[in-house]
Structure formats: structure tokens, C-alpha cells
Design a protein around this ligand. Structure first.
Ligand code: PMP
Ligand code: GLN
Length: 390
């Protein structure tokens, strides 16, 4: 048979996360690649999910999501950001942020429309844009004084007559950048001038460090009306396998996304929704501790990687730290990460796969620090072999 996969999806193959996790399992390496915690979320939240299953919450929930989760998301956004979303019509529960992003892009972009995304970008953005037969326009984030940022002139130059939307991920995976108010102002100005929709991926909204503050783009003047604001429970409550996410946006944008979403999955899983609603209301202290723990883990991994000879860039949020591999004598992160199990018994993610301009990211490798301290320490111990030549 000829290649059965449609042409527009052929460039995607298997995700780098699946490839690298499989490599870790096959070689028995420590997996600092795919970003998932190796400890559980709040115990009371887990109990709620079990309780929900045991009490018979096992049939289709309403298409827009369980009312208690929509209400909890609405209250969360009001309390935390001062953003008011009506739980009836302005909030849609999705199967993770991934489905939220894909539904939004499929619902809002015509074939040939252009979507701006900052590269390195989360891999599902490119796939969602391709599924919509839209065209991605990357704007490159580059390190300036140890922090990845963009050149506003490049952002402006990326806008054209077919630009429909901009995908904004902050805190940003895989660089760890948390956009400042000035950066968000630039983005907001471009959206307003060119009448663009902003699709914001805020799954790391609670995972910021030091004095970094997560500012939702929708809180900027004039932005709420044109922003599709997306988040999920996976990172906030250390439950990446629960795949429970949400969209908050003005009703016409939510209705559009829901029109698509109902034919992707119809509705999201019922038991997790009530457990996540509970966690959003009652587990904020747990999240505060998670954030402090992750900051300490970031520092632990950063100092270990520096001692092992990497140049390390300090992330202001997320699970991830970027390293420049050139001080160790390597130049290609893809090549290094494929050999890393054999060289050091560790798995990491080559940053270059998240770029259209791969050369901009060739020498960067991403390590995840959402792991137990002993796992981080053992990984670091193994990585010191790189500098000593094995
Ligand atoms: N966006 C970013 C930036 C991510 O890192 C991830 C990975 N969890 C997702 C979206 C997907 O989130 P979910 O698991 O809720 O679909
Ligand atoms: N968000 C996770 C990461 O960046 C991976 C999610 C996935 O495996 N698709 O590592």
C-alpha cells in the first residue's frame, strides 16, 4: 500500500515525548525527557475520583462539562485573575489542554489561514494547525541574558493578510520563559491592530518561580474579547494522565470550539471532573507547596547540570530547564539525546524538534525536574560522565 497517512500529517511521525520515553524504558535510563511528575497529586483529590466512580458517576457528563467543574474554573479565574467567565456558555471542559487547543484551531481557522506561534513550540500546535490545513508562522524565541524572548519586530513581520490567530504559551514549554507584561503588551497590540484571535496555553499557570508572575493575556485591556484561554489540571495537580482541561472565552468562541469538540470526543471523562473541581476549590495550599518544591528541584537540577559541564538557562516557570550542550563538546542535541542512554543512562528532549528553524535550537537540550530528589541526583551523577569522557 502507498503511504496511507494524509500528506498534511506526514511530517509528524511519533511525538518526541513518546519516542524518548520508549527509549528510556528500553534502555532502563532515567527519564528526564517527557514532563510528568513521579509523585501523586493531592490525596483528597484522588479520593474524590475514586468516590465518584464508586458512587456511579460513570456515564456521559454534559457536553460542556460537569456544572461543578465549570463553576470551579469560573471562581478560580475570578479570584486569581479578576476575570469573569459565565460557567454557562463561556467555559468548556475538554480532554486536556491538547483537545482544547486542537478544537480551537480547527474551529477558528480556515484552510490557508495563518497562525503565529513562538518557536520552540509545543509539538501539538503544529499538528493542530496542519489538521486545520492552516499555515504556521513561527516567531523565534532566542536567549537574551540567559532568558528566551522574542524580537517585537519579528513578531510584527510575521503578521500578514491571512493571519488569523496567535498561539501564546506562557509559562512557556520548553524554554521556561514567563512572558512579562511588556512582552504581553507587544502581543496584545499586534492582536488589536490586526484583529487576531489569541489562543493562550496556560497549563503551567501555577508553576512559576522566584518573583515571576503569570499574567493571563486576557487580563490586558481589550484582550478578553479576543482570547481563547486554555488550561488543564495535569500540571497544577500532578495528574498529567487525567487529561482534564478547559477553555474560557466569550460565548461565540466557546460555541465554535464546542462545535468541533463534540465530534472529537463528545465530552470529557466524568469522575475526574468532580475531583478536579474539588481540587480547584480546596487544594490551593497543596499547589503552593508544589510550586516551592519545584523551585527547589529546579535549583537542584540546575546546579547539578552546571557541575556536569552544561551551560544552564534559568527557567522562571514550568517543569523544564534548557541547557546549551556546546561547552561539553557536543553540537547537535538530537544526536546527543539519542546517544544519551548509552553515554550516561539518562533521557532528555532535543529542543530542536520544536522549531521550524531547527538550527536556532540545535545546541539546546531540555531536562525535566518534576522528579523526586533522588532521581535528579542520580541523573546528575550519571551525567557527570559526559565531561570525564565516560
Ligand atoms: N501545552 C503545553 C505547553 C504542555 O506542556 C502540555 C503537556 N502537558 C500540554 C499543553 C498538554 O496538556 P494536557 O495534558 O492537559 O492535554
Ligand atoms: N507536556 C509534556 C512535555 O512537554 C509531554 C506531553 C506529551 O507527552 N505529549 O514533556
Amino acid at each position: 500500500m502507498n503511504e496511507p497517512l494524509v500528506a498534511r500529517m506526514r511530517e509528524f511521525g511519533t511525538t518526541v515525548f513518546a519516542e524518548m520515553t520508549a527509549l528510556a524504558v528500553r534502555t532502563g535510563s532515567i527519564n528526564l525527557g517527557q514532563g510528568f511528575p513521579d509523585t501523586d497529586g493531592p490525596p483528597a483529590m484522588l479520593d474524590k475520583a475514586v468516590e465518584a466512580i464508586r458512587s456511579g458517576l460513570n456515564q456521559y457528563p454534559p457536553g460542556p462539562g460537569m456544572p461543578e467543574l465549570r463553576q470551579a474554573v469560573s471562581d478560580h479565574h475570578k479570584d486569581r485573575y479578576g476575570l469573569a467567565y459565565d460557567p454557562d456558555g463561556e467555559i468548556l471542559v475538554t480532554v486536556g489542554a491538547t483537545e482544547a487547543i486542537t478544537s480551537a484551531v480547527l474551529a477558528l481557522c480556515e484552510p490557508g489561514d495563518e497562525v503565529i506561534a513562538f518557536e520552540p513550540y509545543y509539538d501539538s500546535y503544529a499538528a493542530a494547525i496542519a489538521m486545520a490545513q492552516a499555515v504556521r508562522r513561527p516567531v523565534t524565541l532566542r536567549p537574551v541574558n540567559g532568558r528566551f524572548t522574542f524580537d517585537p519586530a519579528e513578531l510584527r513581520a510575521a503578521v500578514g493578510p491571512r493571519t488569523r490567530a496567535i498561539l501564546v504559551n506562557s509559562p512557556h514549554n520548553p524554554t521556561g520563559t514567563v512572558f512579562t507584561r511588556e512582552e504581553l503588551d507587544e502581543i496584545a497590540a499586534v492582536c488589536a491592530e490586526h484583529d487576531l484571535i489569541a489562543i493562550t496555553d496556560e497549563v503551567y499557570e501555577h508553576l512559576t518561580f522566584d518573583d515571576a508572575e503569570h499574567i493571563p493575556l486576557a487580563t490586558l485591556p481589550g484582550m478578553r474579547e479576543r482570547t481563547v484561554m486554555i488550561s488543564s489540571a495535569g500540571k497544577t495537580f500532578s495528574a498529567t494522565g487525567w487529561k482534564t482541561g478547559w477553555i474560557c472565552a466569550p460565548a461565540p468562541l466557546v460555541t465554535a470550539a464546542q462545535t468541533v469538540k463534540q465530534f472529537l470526543t463528545f465530552t470529557a471523562n466524568a469522575p475526574w471532573q468532580v475531583a478536579v473541581a474539588y481540587a480547584l476549590r480546596h487544594e490551593t495550599d497543596w499547589v503552593t507547596r508544589l510550586r516551592a518544591d519545584l523551585q527547589a528541584k529546579r535549583d537542584r537540577l540546575m546546579s547539578g547540570l552546571s557541575a556536569a559541564g552544561f551551560e544552564v538557562l534559568r527557567p522562571a516557570g514550568t517543569y523544564f530547564v534548557q541547557t546549551d550542550i556546546r561547552p561539553l563538546g557536543f553540537t547537535d542535541g538530537l544526536d546527543l539525546t539519542r546517544r544519551l542512554p548509552e553515554l550516561a543512562g539518562v533521557v532528555a528532549i532535543p529542543t530542536q524538534v520544536f522549531y521550524d528553524h531547527a538550527e536556532a535550537g540545535r545546541h539546546f537540550v531540555r531536562f525535566a525536574f518534576c522528579k523526586r530528589d533522588e532521581v535528579i541526583d542520580e541523573a546528575v551523577r550519571r551525567l557527570t560522565r559526559l565531561a570525564s569522557g565516560g
